[in-house]
Design a protein around this ligand. Structure first.
Ligand SMILES: C[S@@+](CC[C@H](N)C(=O)[O-])C[C@H]1O[C@@H](n2cnc3c(N)ncnc32)[C@H](O)[C@@H]1O
Length: 217
């Protein structure tokens, strides 16, 4: 079963910006550069990727839709973001026609899919040929020098912050565990390429965030 984000929706933004020291905003900003036309943000949560899309140079020409499984997250997105369309729906069964979007974005969402390949397949199904899919995902850093600090921070400090600030140690213990289990780098690129797309990876901030760009031919 998918992790239920309804329970942490209220504190999600505050925790996110605090845990990443605001870097999450920079990562999203990076991900939306150069996107145009009809854009679908999958697992949109409280709408922060849509916020960044609507801040780009091409914002006026964008038509943005955000979808998420969690009603609470979507409710916050609707209150927070002016513009954009929102839908509570499962990424693994998208209610859109084939090839209906110029670009797809997904920030910190795919790690939570129950059936990863099904979700990616759906995202690529609704992407137009020639379109771009940009995925941001958290990962463990490769460097043995950075790793001990990362482990201390994610395994001990983040769960403590989750308990103190969001009242949920469980949600913020799930986070580092799910990051450790999730495929990264070459492994994730191989999963994308099996879907028949060209894919590249860019490591952001010592590789604690990865940006995967897939192009559909
Ligand atoms: C860590 S949050 C990321 C939210 C947002 N994209 C961001 O940048 O902050 C993960 C989101 O994925 C959503 N999610 C998980 N599985 C999903 C699925 N199968 N379909 C749609 N949304 C899903 C959750 O409800 C949650 O809002």
């Amino acid at each position: 079963m998918a992790y239920n984000f309804d329970t942490i929706a209220r504190d999600y933004d505050r925790m996110n910006h605090l845990m990443t020291a605001g870097l999450d905003r920079c990562w999203r900003k990076r991900a939306v550069q150069g996107l145009h036309g009809k854009v679908l943000d999958v697992a949109c949560g409280t709408g922060d990727m849509v916020v960044e899309l609507l801040r780009t140079r091409h914002a006026a020409s964008l038509q943005v839709t955000g979808v998420d499984l969690s009603e609470e997250m979507i409710a916050i997105a609707k209150r927070k973001v002016e513009g954009g369309e929102w839908k509570v729906t499962d990424a693994e069964h998208l209610p859109f026609e084939d090839a209906s979007f110029d670009a797809i974005t997904c920030a910190f969402g795919v790690r939570n899919f129950v059936h990863l390949e099904q979700g990616l397949g759906e995202m690529l199904r609704v992407l137009k040929p020639g379109g771009r899919m940009v995925i941001l995902e958290l990962a463990t850093p490769d460097s043995p020098l950075v790793r001990p600090f990362y482990n201390l921070y994610t395994r001990h400090i983040i769960p403590w912050l989750g308990q103190r600030l969001a009242g949920s140690r469980e949600a913020y213990t799930y986070l580092p565990r799910s990051i450790e289990r999730f495929p990264k780098g070459k492994e994730f690129l191989a999963i994308l390429r099996r879907q028949g797309v060209r894919a590249t990876e860019r490591k952001l901030t010592f590789g604690v965030c990865r940006m995967y760009v897939a192009e559909k031919s």
